[in-house]
Write a protein that binds this ligand. Structure first.
Ligand code: GLN
Length: 475
């Protein structure tokens, strides 16, 4: 696919063959950052000096004829909920003000080992709670393709950084759609891997039974490469699957002949007609490439959002209890310990985070636990069962990633329920622990990009990437 900027694979190749240097590539990206970051606000922090030092180190290695890693010299950006040793990690929250992690997340270490050059930490909805990056304590990120619109969220800064050419690739986290939805809204490839396939050691926890890390890239091949760099077992993460990542770059050219593609009967309401038209075009393209289209149903899909907004806040209320003014970041001094806790949390958390903590605490409280949290777990099971039934007759499922293209900044900011509906197609994957990815497939209303979501069962990444690569060839 033609992209406006060089891909990660192209950059790594041209550094390896000596036609450019890591430092020259970095300066191009830094120049684009100086030009447009003021208007876009993709970053909470640009790590210019560290990036220059890393690029010089790569160039020295190249000059000495040493073997270079798969991403040597490729500028990457990291969502600011990923721990970076000695570098501020804020989750776009005031409560982590001044906190510098004492260690790197495993995915950060793996990127470094592959030679990637970190250019900065990207903006997000506070603690990854949101779908527009408007919930950041440091102000919203704008969509580089139309700055009056949101980039999606919660990994909106990571999506915007790649779409604007500030980095060739980036990492985000996806608890209910936070990689796939911004990828869709910014015209990028975004991957939510199978639960446990990518380490979460050093990723600030939002909802531990749902969170996964994955890449944003311009191309499917770049996404496959990034996955191969960051994925695979990590003994430091107890939820990490005890197996290597299946090869993904090797399957991209295999085509989709004979594959069975599930088409959802009974689409939820609220999809833009242009989005549905692109989805139909995607089915037609796969059929033409030799795949069979199979009708499937997911009867409990419509309950996904309800279940998610009990389970995710319940886990968040527990995970966020650690921000007490003692261990991390902000402390608001008060006469006694209890009022210090209260004052710190009142000052440090934004409105959406407080809403989630209250929802979650309520759902978990004695007397309501069975009616809310327990019930949500049962719905989660139903959704998994529905997927299992569907995957008995198809290999992957295709849906829109987001019901709409990128919406104007401010349009949904005061209406949490409307915002929550953005995730109708992405949330069920997280509840089931499966993999899914968004692939750009043309444009819809306002000439903004439309993403098609490819869903596959747990560890179905190879089938998913084959279909994604075919869609990319067809677009
Ligand atoms: N938009 C969803 C939420 O607000 C999902 C966020 C995410 O995946 N981190 O919770």
């Amino acid at each position: 696919m033609a992209t406006p900027f060089a891909t990660a694979i192209q950059i790594a190749q041209s550094i390896r063959d000596g036609s450019t240097t890591a430092s020259a590539v970095l300066e191009q990206h830094l120049a684009r950052i100086s030009e447009r970051e003021g208007e876009i606000h993709a970053f909470n922090l640009v790590t210019t000096e560290q990036a220059r030092a890393t690029a010089q180190h790569i160039d020295k290695q190249a000059k000495a004829g040493n073997a270079l890693g798969a991403l040597a010299g490729v500028p990457v950006a990291l969502k600011d909920n990923m721990c970076t040793r000695g570098i501020a990690t804020t989750c776009s929250s005031k409560i982590l003000e001044g906190w510098k992690p004492p260690y790197d997340a495993t995915v950060v270490t793996r990127l470094q080992q592959a030679g990637a050059v970190m250019v900065g930490k990207t903006n997000l909805d506070e603690f990854a709670m949101g779908s527009s990056t408007e919930n950041s304590a440091f102000g919203p990120t704008r969509n580089p393709l139309d700055t009056s619109r949101v980039p999606g969220g919660s990994s909106g800064g990571s999506a915007a950084a790649v779409a604007a050419g500030f980095a060739a690739a980036s990492l985000g986290s996806d608890t209910g759609g936070s990689i796939r939805q911004p990828a869709s809204l910014c015209g990028l490839v975004g991957v939510k891997p199978t639960y446990g396939l990518v380490s979460r050691q050093g990723i600030v926890a939002f909802a531990s039974s749902l969170d996964q890390v994955g890449p944003f890239t311009h191309t499917v091949a770049d996404a496959a490469l990034l996955m191969e760099v960051i994925g695979g077992h990590d003994p430091l993460d107890s939820t990490s699957l005890p197996q290597p990542l299946p090869s993904l770059t090797a399957v991209l050219d295999q085509g989709v002949k004979g594959m069975r593609i599930g088409r959802l009967v009974g689409m939820p309401e609220g999809c833009e007609p242009e989005v549905l038209a692109r989805l139909e075009a995607a089915f037609a393209a796969l059929q033409q490439a030799g795949a069979t289209i199979v009708d499937i149903t997911l009867p409990s899909l419509e309950f996904g959002i309800t279940a998610y907004y009990l389970i995710a806040p319940a886990e968040a209320s527990s995970n966020l209890a650690r921000y007490d003014g003692v261990r991390y970041g902000l402390r608001v001094d008060s006469p006694d310990l209890n009022s210090m806790y209260g004052a710190t949390r009142a000052a440090g958390f934004g409105a959406e985070v407080k809403r989630r903590i209250m929802l979650g605490t309520y759902a978990l409280s004695a007397g309501y636990f069975d009616a809310y949290y327990g019930k949500a777990l049962k719905v989660r099971r139903l959704i998994s069962d529905d997927f299992a039934t569907a995957y008995s007759s198809c290999d992957v499922i295709l849906t829109p990633t987001s019901p709409t293209v990128a919406f104007p900044i401010g349009e949904k900011a005061d209406d949490p329920l409307t915002m929550y509906l953005c995730d109708v197609f992405t949330i069920p994957t997280n509840l089931a622990g499966h993999c899914a990815m968004s692939v750009p497939f043309g444009t819809g209303a306002h000439n903004m990009p439309v993403g098609v979501q490819v869903l596959a069962p747990a560890l179905g990444e190879q089938a998913m990437f084959r279909v994604a690569a075919q869609l990319e060839r067809a677009s």
